[in-house]
Design a protein around this ligand. Structure first.
Ligand code: PBG
Length: 328
């Protein structure tokens, strides 16, 4: 050999040396487990498009919450399927609403677990959109400011139910400011806000809409969720949420938006989360079940990539399985 070769492979030669130089180490402490709650008792209904996930009732949801805590997963986030849906999303801010009751049950049974509230209305409206809607010259529009009144009411009701974190995901302009004002005025100055600051109008939410029974009855969410093509707009959205008082930022989905995640983490410096959404989970599960890919390796690689890109923590449907795989 006429020239000296640099040999990075020296540091890959054994499992031991690879462990020493590994830059990103995934841990169960990085995960938040999403849970779906429906009315009834003793329920555990499988979600077809998300194998391994279920719609639980308030009494049974305590099971997976305990399991999360046992495995070292520090948090869960709750989504509700209410008894009745209406145009004003009444179930979202009802005192004894479905997630309010579930939060109380989980906090009683597993006091140390962080219980987060997804704050959105698509599961609670009869039309399946994320707020109040009205007709417009372009068809229909999410009526921003009336929606903010519901956002404020819902945040208060969630904080009163004992949720540790409120996480608005509806993409109404001003929602973080509205929540901060409502919580401060209502005696919940210490309740943090995890803002779904950057949420794209994504095909990757398909299985979730099945799970939460929340597909839009007409139209789509592209007048309030973001265009997947836009990066600079994501920075503007995140800046607004920081200015309005967000304590933590989230980017959603995860894997297809690592460039955005990484920039948000660097620019704003707040604790930054990624939501590895239902479609990401379903793809890995399906390919694994077909025998086309190794589910465990693929899932851990996806989650490691999300952490490497800058996520301080991630919402993932693989939370419990990944925690087990990591040998917790
Ligand atoms: C509510 C909400 C959605 C998701 C989280 N919160 C659905 C949507 O915007 O249509 C999707 C999560 C997932 O796909 O796992 N707006």
């Amino acid at each position: 050999m006429a020239f000296p070769i640099n040999r990075p492979r020296r540091l890959r030669a054994s499992a031991g040396i690879r462990t020493l130089v590994r830059e990103t180490v995934l841990s169960p402490a990085d995960f938040v487990l999403p849970l779906f709650i429906r009315p009834g008792k003793g329920e555990k209904r499988p979600i077809g498009s998300m194998p391994g996930h279920f719609q639980w009732s308030v009494d049974t949801v305590v099971g997976p919450a305990k399991e999360a805590a046992k495995l070292g997963v520090p948090a869960v986030i709750l989504f509700g399927i209410p008894e009745k849906k209406d145009a004003k999303a009444s179930g979202a801010y009802a005192k004894d609403g479905i997630v309010q009751r579930a939060a109380r049950a989980i906090k009683d049974a597993v006091p140390g677990l962080v219980v987060m509230a997804d704050l959105c209305f698509c599961e609670y409206t009869d039309h399946g959109h994320c707020g109040i809607i009205r007709k417009s010259k372009d068809g229909f529009i999410l009526d921003n400011d009336p929606t903010l009144d519901l956002v404020a009411k819902t945040a208060l009701s969630q904080a009163a139910a004992g949720f540790d974190v409120v996480a608005p995901s509806g993409m109404a302009d001003g929602q973080v400011g509205a929540i901060r004002a409502a919580l401060d005025g209502g005696g919940f100055k210490d309740t943090p806000i995890l803002a779904y600051a950057v949420k794209y109008s994504s095909a990757f939410y398909g299985p979730f809409r099945d799970a939460a029974e929340s597909p839009p009855a007409f139209g789509d969410r592209s007048t309030y969720q973001m265009d997947p093509a836009n990066w600079r707009e994501a920075m503007r959205e995140a800046a607004l949420d920081v200015a309005e008082g967000a304590d933590m930022l989230m980017v959603k989905p995860g894997l297809p938006y690592l460039d955005v995640l990484s920039a948000v983490r660097e620019r704003f410096g707040l604790p930054t989360a990624a939501y590895s959404v239902s479609g990401e989970y379903a793809m890995v599960k399906a390919a694994g079940k077909m025998g086309w890919m190794d589910e465990k390796r693929t899932a851990l690689e996806v989650l490691t990539s999300i952490k490497r890109a800058g996520a301080d923590f991630m919402l993932t449907y693989h939370a419990l399985e990944a925690a087990r795989w990591l040998g917790a």
